[in-house]
Ligand binder design. Structure first.
Ligand code: KMH
Ligand code: ZN
Length: 284
């Protein structure tokens, strides 16, 4: 793996997701204007990357290219944060709908590295399907469109799919892997230091890693991620509470806290331009 320069951390904000709704936290940004205003505020606080899910007018996850285009346009009019679209989409979307966003020209996109079964909630028993052939089809499309994949790994077994892409020359260095911990709803490993260390052990060479952890574990595990030389992701997609019994007021609040902690650790948040350089985005 590659450690970030000691004095830097790349912060991603995942603001919306597919599983949190205004009924759970009224501050979740859902519509394009809300998403763009919030992305701008997060960029001002120190986020370099914005992970994006889109919603239709009723607030349901959508893969609609036009909605992603509107979000991108609105964000780009305000700031130069790196746009990373979700190809995980949401449980209501088909495999084709999940990659429509790529045609809205993000710089990055998530790539989920294995199939998981949802084990609770409304979609209990419904697979989150990411078969090898689909992962390959998605990354081929990303390569054609010049989109950098953010490979999301939820458990050790998924490194097999990472290796498959590397062996087939389908992914370019530096590889960028998001270690997702604690998402038991869809089969992730527990959010514990032991699991984080052991997943870091399995990272291929030439990999920059990011730590995502859900719920109450977002704060401690992302702090560990920074200490261990990784990037971090915060935001309401993964955590709607600021602290016990207190809902997050806005995504920028979580970014601001991450930046305060980074500075205590002698790190500065990478600007979007610095993050592009470190991740090799737009430098072909
Ligand atoms: N909700 C995250 C833990 C995606 O959008 O591709 C996983 C995620 C998937 O971000
Ligand atoms: Zn997501």
């Amino acid at each position: 793996m590659i450690r970030l320069p000691e004095d830097k951390v790349i912060i991603t904000v995942a603001q919306t997701g597919a599983l949190v709704f205004k009924s759970m936290n009224p501050n979740v940004p859902e519509q394009p204007e809300e998403i763009a205003d919030s992305a701008y505020a997060c960029c001002q606080e120190g986020a370099a990357i914005c992970h994006i899910h889109a919603r239709d007018k009723e607030g349901k996850p959508t893969g609609g290219k036009e909605v992603f285009e509107e979000i991108h346009e609105r964000i780009r009019a305000k700031c130069n944060i790196i746009i990373q679209d979700s190809t995980g989409g949401g449980p209501n979307l088909t495999l084709e709908q999940r990659i429509e966003c790529l045609y809205a020209k993000p710089e990055m996109a998530s790539l989920n590295m294995g199939t998981m079964i949802r084990v609770s909630g409304q979609y209990s028993g419904v697979p989150f399907s990411n078969m090898r052939k689909d992962i390959e089809a998605y990354i081929i499309r990303m390569n054609e469109l010049g989109v950098k994949p953010e490979m999301e790994v939820y458990s050790h077994a998924m490194f097999r799919e990472v290796d498959n892409l590397i062996r087939k020359g389908l992914v370019r260095k530096p590889y960028y892997i998001n270690l997702v911990l604690g998402m038991m709803y869809q089969g992730a490993v527990d959010a514990s230091p032991k699991y984080l260390y052991s997943m870091i052990d399995f990272l291929p060479e030439d990999t920059i890693f990011n730590v995502t952890s859900v719920g109450v574990a977002q704060l401690p595990l992302t702090t560990m991620g920074m200490i261990l030389g990784g990037c971090i992701r915060v935001g309401m997609e993964d955590n709607i509470y600021y602290k016990r019994e207190e809902l997050v007021k806005n995504n920028a609040q979580l970014v601001a806290r991450a930046v305060r902690i980074a500075r205590e650790l002698n790190k500065e948040p990478a600007t979007p331009a610095e993050a592009r350089k470190i991740l090799g985005i737009g430098f072909d």
